[in-house]
Design a protein around this ligand. Structure first.
Ligand code: ADP
Ligand code: 5GP
Length: 212
């Protein structure tokens, strides 16, 4: 009788799987943070990459959890010491992805999630070719405006700036593997989980050890 693939000895042992890097971008207010928080809570194999930023914390944000909140001097020092995988100026502030935790997670076979802007994402895509990139779109432009108001974390001038930048950001969706419209939260989250489940079993991430 023909043995199935797993019994055949073609796969000697479970291979050490390299972690998967997931990059999420989208205009401010589209729901990236909401989707990312939920993903981290429901999928224990995904770690969130905590970025450094020079912007001030919002009332609900904790240092070291949502961001590492830094002064300009502290950010400069990390930059000079080559500690960032990428960094960019977004909405007039600097944001950067610490390099070491990302590379360590990938080595340890953990998936790591980056919520970063399009400039940073394009740089990461160049450096880590097998990353999965997902662009989160709002259902309409007016829903973006109302979500920014409902979130109630930014003043009018800041909201205006973020909406102005949104148009340029949205144009960049073509560079991403997936475009996910965050219309109804529950269904958008399910689609996000499906993307990740499918990406995990892509042949390019499968490294069986085939005996001689
Ligand atoms: P981003 O991280 O992209 O700036 P947030 O996750 O902070 O966006 O979401 C902005 C606001 O929109 C929040 O108040 C959040 O609760 C709300 N929100 C997120 N997803 C949805 C959705 N699918 N429908 C309605 N409101 C949403
Ligand atoms: P916010 O101020 O709303 O938290 O984030 C503003 C923008 O900065 C979002 O588009 C977010 O994805 C992006 N961002 C957050 N961290 C990083 C980072 O480390 N690098 C880059 N390039 N962008 C980031």
């Amino acid at each position: 009788m023909r043995k199935n693939f797993a019994d055949s000895g073609a796969v000697k042992k479970t291979p050490v799987r390299r972690g998967m890097l997931i990059v999420i971008s989208g205009p401010s207010g589209t729901g990236k943070g909401t989707l990312c928080d939920r993903l981290i809570k429901t999928d224990e194999n995904i770690t969130f990459s905590v970025s450094a930023t020079t912007r001030r914390p919002r009332e609900t944000e904790k240092d070291g959890v949502h961001y590492h909140f830094l002064t300009n001097d502290q950010f400069d020092k990390l930059l000079q010491e080559d500690n960032f995988l990428e960094y960019a100026v977004v909405h007039d502030h600097r944001y950067g992805t610490p390099k070491k935790p990302v590379l360590e997670a990938l080595e340890q076979g953990k998936d790591i999630l980056l919520d970063i802007d399009t400039q940073g994402a394009l740089s990461v895509m160049e450096q880590i070719k097998d990353c999965v990139s997902i662009f989160i779109l709002p259902p309409t432009f007016s829903s973006l405006r109302s979500r920014l108001h409902t979130r109630n974390t930014d003043d009018e001038a800041e909201i205006r700036k973020r909406l102005n930048n949104a148009r340029d950001e949205i144009e960049k969706y073509v560079h991403y593997d997936y475009a996910l419209i965050n219309d109804e939260l529950e269904s958008a989250f399910q689609r996000l989980e499906s993307i990740i489940a499918s990406e995990r079993i892509r042949t390019l991430r499968f490294h069986p050890e085939i005996p001689e």
